[in-house]
Ligand binder design. Sequence first.
Ligand SMILES: [Zn+2]
Length: 124
Amino acid sequence: MELSPTADTKAHVIAIYHDKPHYACSDCSAVIALQDELISKSFSGREGRGFLIHSAVNVKHGKKEDRTLLTGVHTVADVFCVGCNGRLGWFYVKASDSSQKYKEGKYLLERAKLVKDNAWKLDE
Ligand SMILES: [Zn+2]
């Protein structure tokens, strides 16, 4: 996607997961990811704890850039919520270290930017 995060054309927020546990944007409540898509909660984001997630919706990608993370140099693109343009985390485009290749094509989303939306109460 070539949408600029600063463009003021608001993309349409889709809401297809309302009947399943999911993570939503903490600012505008747009659905971001199904809870089933969660790979790991033990990642580090820029602002604290981060979630590694298989796929996300209602997000747009910023410019690709090389970033040195705890696990080496990665090519990443920041991801933004289409509902409020808030920065949610980043998308792993490419990992330089072969042990980190499993992250390619996945999302690292900041824990603080997400709220869990359940039909019932879970441990958190
Ligand atoms: Zn949002």
